[in-house]
Design a protein around this ligand. Structure first.
Ligand code: SAM
Length: 346
């Protein structure tokens, strides 16, 4: 069920949010199997629980820095978000209250760098500043209530005059409905399309992208699955392998969790191999916020680290993240195991 929420970001934008039972998969009655063999049990993940956490901070800061650079060139870009989520999230809503993960992410960062009652922090990384500006744009009252997911982050940077296009895939029935409702109010017409389809499959026919008005073909693809299903790891590798073949000059950004699971461990290695084989430059940024010192031995630690692997990154991205990552660690790092790293190659 969709609930029309209070007027939110960007003045007239309304926020459509997911309502339902906490932590339960919400599916229409009697629907056991969804398209492409996905079973409803695979969809217990709801990004609303995690919106604005440290992983989103890393992901969206990297995404924004990438797009900012690429958009300096006039030619239009095809943007694809293969796993889009619901688009907008309430940070004061039921879902986020339960997990409260934004407290260790965007809320903490915003408080450290933008609190009115604290002295201004000097030399903040421009990429972090840019990220916080975008988040602040969705929260004009000053209180942090709304978090924009990747579809809205990308939409904020899109250019009408260059005819950038955005294609969003979201397979979850409730989240895709919510996303469609959130996007519909932008009146973006054909500039933004939402599909309730498998994003791994849906990407294929979009590559290579159509030529822009200047004749060049450009694409940026964000691949951000929830990795609830073990097969997602192999699907990401296969998807990247095919995408590079179909469109070797595209920029591909893959988010992945850093967790003690062999598939998760192998994914960045596999992506590095694929990029090296295709002789494409790559960059791998990781951020680990470490253990929560207030947690007891029986508390579940939750996700403490994640990475962004970028193939064909803008040549400026490495220098940008070299400044941003240590600052993210300073402000978000908690305890044992905290670290950041940046590798590149190609
Ligand atoms: N990219 C979003 C952001 O940064 O705001 C968050 C996406 S969340 C990590 C992953 C989403 O992928 C979930 O909403 C889930 O329902 C959806 N999903 C899972 N498998 C999918 C598939 N094969 N194709 C499209 N969406 C999928």
């Amino acid at each position: 069920m969709l609930r029309r929420g209070a007027s939110s970001s960007l003045r007239s934008l309304r926020l459509y949010e997911i309502t339902g039972l906490h932590g339960k998969c919400i599916v229409p009655r009697g629907l056991a199997m969804w398209p492409n063999g996905y079973h409803r049990g695979m969809f217990s993940y709801r990004h609303a629980f995690h919106a604005g956490n440290h992983a989103d901070v890393l992901k969206h800061t990297t995404l924004i820095a990438t797009l900012r650079h690429l958009m300096q060139k006039e030619a239009g870009i095809t943007l694809v978000d293969t796993h889009a989520g619901a688009g907008l999230y309430r940070l004061d809503g039921d879902y986020t209250e339960t997990g409260g993960e934004a407290k260790d992410g965007v809320v903490k960062l915003m408080a450290a760098l933008r609190a009115a009652d604290r002295p201004a922090v000097k030399d903040v990384s421009p990429a972090i500043d840019d990220y916080l500006d975008i988040i602040a744009g969705f929260n004009p009252s000053g209180a942090l209530r709304v978090y924009p997911g990747s579809p809205f982050v990308m939409q904020q940077l899109m250019r009408t005059e260059s005819r950038d296009r955005l294609k969003l895939f979201e397979l979850h029935p409730t989240d895709s409905k919510t996303l469609a409702a959130n996007i519909a109010q932008l009146d973006a017409g054909r500039q933004i399309a939402v599909a309730r389809e498998d994003g791994f499959e849906g990407l294929r026919p979009l590559l290579p992208p159509p030529p822009s008005a200047t004749g060049s073909k450009r694409a940026v693809v964000l691949i951000d699955p929830s990795y609830e299903i073990k097969s997602d790891y192999a699907k990401v590798s296969a998807c990247i392998q095919e995408a590079i073949k179909r469109f070797p000059t595209g920029t591909y950004l893959v988010w992945y969790p850093v967790i003690p699971r062999p598939e998760a461990h192998d994914l960045p290695r596999r992506l590095r191999t694929l990029a090296n084989q295709a002789q494409k430059p790559w960059l791998n940024a990781t951020l680990a916020i470490g253990q929560d010192p207030t947690h007891g031995p029986d508390d579940r630690p939750g996700l403490t680290a994640s990475g962004m692997f970028v193939i064909n990154p803008p040549h400026t991205l490495k220098a940008v993240l070299q400044v941003a990552l240590p600052q993210l660690l300073t402000h978000l790092g908690r305890g044992r195991g905290k670290s950041q790293a940046l590798e590149s190659g190609g």
